[in-house]
Design a protein around this ligand. Sequence first.
Ligand SMILES: Cc1cc2nc3c(=O)[nH]c(=O)nc-3n(C[C@H](O)[C@H](O)[C@H](O)COP(=O)(O)OP(=O)(O)OC[C@H]3O[C@@H](n4cnc5c(N)ncnc54)[C@H](O)[C@@H]3O)c2cc1C
Length: 446
Amino acid sequence: MSNSVHVIGAGLAGSEAAWQLAQCGRKVILHEMRPVRNTPVHRSNFAAEIVCSNSFKSNHVSNASGVLKEEMRRLDSLIVRCADATSVPAGEALAVDRDLFSAMVTSELEQHPNIDFRRGEVTELPDGDVIIASGPLTSDSLAETIGKLTGRYDLYFYDAVAPVIESSSIDMSKVFRASRRGKGLEPDMSDDAAYLNCPLEKDEYLALVDAINAAELAPIHDFEDIKFFEACLPVEELARRGPKTLAFGPLKPIGLTDPHTGRRPYAVIQLRQENKSGSLFNMVGFQTRMKWGEQSRIFRMIPGLEKAEFVRFGVMHRNTYIHSPTLLTRNLALRTDPRIRFAGQITGVEGYLESAATGLMAGLSAAIPTLEFHRHSVLGSLASYVSEYDGPSYAPMNASWGIVDPLDGERIRDKKERGRALGQRALDAHAVLVDEVTNYRQEHSV
Ligand SMILES: Cc1cc2nc3c(=O)[nH]c(=O)nc-3n(C[C@H](O)[C@H](O)[C@H](O)COP(=O)(O)OP(=O)(O)OC[C@H]3O[C@@H](n4cnc5c(N)ncnc54)[C@H](O)[C@@H]3O)c2cc1C
């Protein structure tokens, strides 16, 4: 197998990447370290083990996640096919029987004539084409190798991230646009940076702090070493230190006057633009490990955010990911050494489906290097996020309409209708690539 592609990690991304390559007629050596070496969260020896929830989220075609699945189905995705085949009732969501699902993926990979499935930890990169899909819990020695390859500072470990909100769901009549620039408080802001500010009266602030203090937190896994960075403390940790800590910290109102009242609010929650188009904003200083239900309940107490749609909730767990926007092309190849590609959560996407989606793109691109994932498709939008993100802090992202280019013309107000229109445009744009891949497979497959 001298011309084989090495895929490192048989998780959601690596399994999909190996499958796509094999279906295009390429020989694959798929390396998985379990059970020789385990991660702190995986419990089985199966490929594509899903480590927490059993949901692949919405199947609905007005939802970016539903459209992503459909785009993947049309490219013969192994992960989506096995998820469909092992689904359990979950309304509009695609949820699976996790053991049946992973067992089916494993069996398909093991039986494929083009795939040599090997167990063992990879610590150094093999020669030839390689796809690194070793996930958020990449083994330490491989993480070190990747660190050397990408430059130490491009391998990120983070503990907590703040929620991201769709800007169309923010009540603009209650918030105001302003920055503290010139007041010496935000030295890192660029010239044209501006924040949306949610003003709080004293009673609103105190009610928010009480709610945060009473919130249910996500459990900590015993592998996680909870040492907080003082510069980036979770909001609940700050609230716990005293009722005024937040008002003197990230919620300080200094330098901000509410144009609706003409005075300085008691406290201010700042929302920072997350992407170029301004469709997403993150909550400054609100990194958290509150349970997701608690986050939506409590953060909707904030004036202007009563109907907030969260495209990403705050999360906190160990994670390893590279700074893809400076490292990868749209086809997930390393700019400095295109024989090496990355896939999965390590690229800076978040979620089972998104990880599999980048695996699909990396696998197909390694087999057919000329492929272009259209920007209007959800697959292409993930590729754009990963390779072109230009905001202040690159952090893992789910598929959502917030990362897809907006529709031309007048804005469709109804959210479902807008989603349907975006979904139809995505699938239309995707059709050319589906034809190209189908033709290629007919000529080259097993
Ligand atoms: C604790 C936790 C909970 C999560 N919960 C959810 C959730 O509920 N829903 C959701 O959508 N997403 C969740 N995620 C995020 C993410 O979607 C999953 O981690 C997803 O499995 C990532 O897919 P992946 O293919 O990138 O990595 P993985 O699925 O983790 O696959 C990577 C594989 O690489 C192997 N590996 C690592 N190092 C080496 C090496 N050196 N040599 C060979 N093999 C190696 C690992 O054993 C693993 O099998 C969670 C993440 C974590 C850490």
